[in-house]
Design a protein around this ligand. Structure first.
Ligand SMILES: [Zn+2]
Length: 88
């Protein structure tokens, strides 16, 4: 069974929450690994996102970190990136 065939018949976008027809799905994660930082736990996730939300997510994935930092500092001028704990 292909990944596309594993998508359920009843879907809603994991970001905007709208019910979707299959042809409106922009992307799906099936049996994806999940790290839930708030409870420091590993799990798995199946989700779909609509085409509009996928465009936003895809654009943000392709965005450089410098652009993300610029956008963050527009709303939080004092924002300073954290240093990784395992850096030398
Ligand atoms: Zn959506």
């Amino acid at each position: 069974m292909s990944t596309v065939e594993k998508v359920k018949d009843e879907n809603s976008c994991a970001i905007c929450g709208l019910a979707l027809h299959t042809h409106e799905i922009g992307a799906a994660i099936v049996d994806g690994d999940l790290i839930e930082f708030s409870i420091r736990s590993w799990g798995s996730v199946d989700l779909v996102v609509c085409s509009d939300c996928w465009k936003k997510v895809s654009r943000n994935i392709d965005q450089t970190y410098d652009k993300a930092l610029e956008r963050r500092r527009e709303i939080d001028p004092a924002f300073t990136p954290e240093k990784k704990m395992n850096q030398d």
